[in-house]
Design a protein around this ligand. Structure first.
Ligand SMILES: Cc1ncc(COP(=O)(O)O)c(C=O)c1O
Length: 412
């Protein structure tokens, strides 16, 4: 039985009570009202128990198509046991930043396991993937440099670019001709950095890695990729899209997260040993933020071991994703062409995406609505994230439910 915490042990804080905000914060009421009017207010859901094929949100059990638990390891007891063992051996809190005394044996083992998985010299772990991106970008480039960033990159890349104080050029999604032009105009910059997701989190498309490597070589640019949604899913070893596409030699900096397919938490950067050593002196989130708990590192190491022992998880996941896309296209639904486990169904207006997600929940499926600022205005979608747990029957039922909801909406 999934273990549930006793939700009555701590009383809930009072819900919005009509108590006015202090004058200095009164603007928040207006801004929240504007979000509400635009259909952009976010729900605050509470999950109970373990997640897997199903998830219990605010007391409602739904088939779970809204998690990044791609390999179905988030509720796996082997990770829990690995974490408990490390917590017993090393205690729970890391106590300090990795620079000072927070880098435990569990972290060291994890960094070695990551370097092995990615077949690189070394890896460095961070408290989150978000921190890994912001800290690494700002450590590699500065005010005299140029950064080229894909228009659909993750928020942590966008924030890292801003933090670097370099000149940022945004190229249209996957547009290599535009990137070439931007880089040609940046030859006087001290350094050039190209940064991209490999699997884009909102629409499941993939970066053209071979072309990116060629442009990086041509313009003597650093190429940094974020494998957050590819780690554990792509490649013969499961290290990501860089491995899958055979582009390891052309990619200088590989960032990933331990929080999605690897079902733990934290982020990492991997590459040349000297670059990693430099980051230990320049990556501020590594120097000034407490390391994540050793137990979390141990759970991530356990998940990496499972990547080699249970390759069928990623193979079956991708086969199911291809089958699901096929089902949708047979029903006449256009799905962005890609082969990933993230399947976006573009609805249009934010309110419409929320309405479709609500109807899906009424039919027993948790499929989140994705709205601005995560996607451009007018391109709101429901995003189906597949997991190894889903059965062929789950996918059949979801495809036919989505199809009939969208048909009914088109008819009215
Ligand atoms: C592409 C991408 N990069 C980085 C992150 C941040 O990773 P983390 O959740 O470990 O902070 C995410 C998502 O959360 C992501 O989707």
């Amino acid at each position: 039985m999934p273990c549930r915490l006793d939700a009555t042990a701590i009383p809930a804080p009072p819900r919005p009570s009509g108590k006015p905000l202090p004058a200095a914060l009164a603007w928040i009421d207006d801004d929240l009202a504007a979000l509400r009017a635009a259909g952009l207010e976010r729900p605050h859901r509470v999950r109970a128990g373990r997640q897997g094929r199903e998830v219990c949100l605010d007391g409602q059990t739904l088939l779970n198509f809204g998690s990044n638990d791609y390999l179905g390891l988030a509720g796996d007891v082997r990770l829990t046991k690995a974490a408990s063992k490390a917590a017993c051996a090393e205690g729970f809190g890391a106590g300090a930043s990795p620079l000072v005394s927070g880098h435990s044996q569990a972290h060291e083992l994890l960094e070695r396991a990551l370097a092995g998985l990615l077949a690189v010299d070394a890896a460095l772990t961070f408290p989150s993937g978000f921190a890994a991106n912001t800290a690494t970008i700002a450590a590699l480039v500065g005010p005299d440099d140029f950064l080229a960033s894909d228009a659909r990159n993750h928020a942590s890349i966008i924030d890292g670019c801003r933090l670097s104080r370099g000149r940022v050029g945004i190229y249209p999604h996957r547009d290599m001709a535009a990137l070439d032009t931007l880089l040609s105009q940046a030859h006087s910059s001290r350094r050039r950095l190209i940064v991209t997701d490999t699997v884009f989190s909102m629409d499941g498309t993939v970066a053209p890695l071979a072309d990116l490597c060629e442009l990086a070589r041509k313009h003597r640019a650093i190429l940094m990729v974020d494998e957050a949604h590819a780690t554990g899913v792509f490649g013969v070893r499961g290290s990501g899209l860089v491995e899958e596409t055979g582009c390891a030699d052309g990619v200088h900096v590989r960032v990933g997260t331990l929080s999605k397919a690897l079902a733990a938490a934290g982020g990492f950067v991997a590459g040349h040993a000297d670059m990693i050593h430099w980051l230990r002196h320049a990556a501020r989130a590594w120097i000034f933020s407490t390391a994540h708990p050793p137990a979390v590192a141990a759970a991530a190491t356990c998940a990496i071991t499972l990547l080699s022992q249970e390759p069928y998880r990623r193979q079956e996941l991708l086969a199911r994703a291809a089958g699901f896309r096929e089902l949708l296209s047979q029903s006449g639904l256009g799905v962005a062409g890609a082969t990933t486990q993230i399947v976006p169904i573009v609805v249009g207006a934010a309110e419409a995406a929320v309405a479709v997600a609500t109807q899906l929940a009424e039919a027993g499926f948790f499929v989140p609505a994705i709205r601005p600022p995560s996607v451009p205005a007018g391109k709101s979608l429901v995003r189906v994230s597949l997991s190894w747990h889903h059965t062929a029957d789950d996918l059949d039922r979801l495809a036919s439910t989505i199809t009939s909801i969208l048909r009914d909406r088109a008819d009215t």
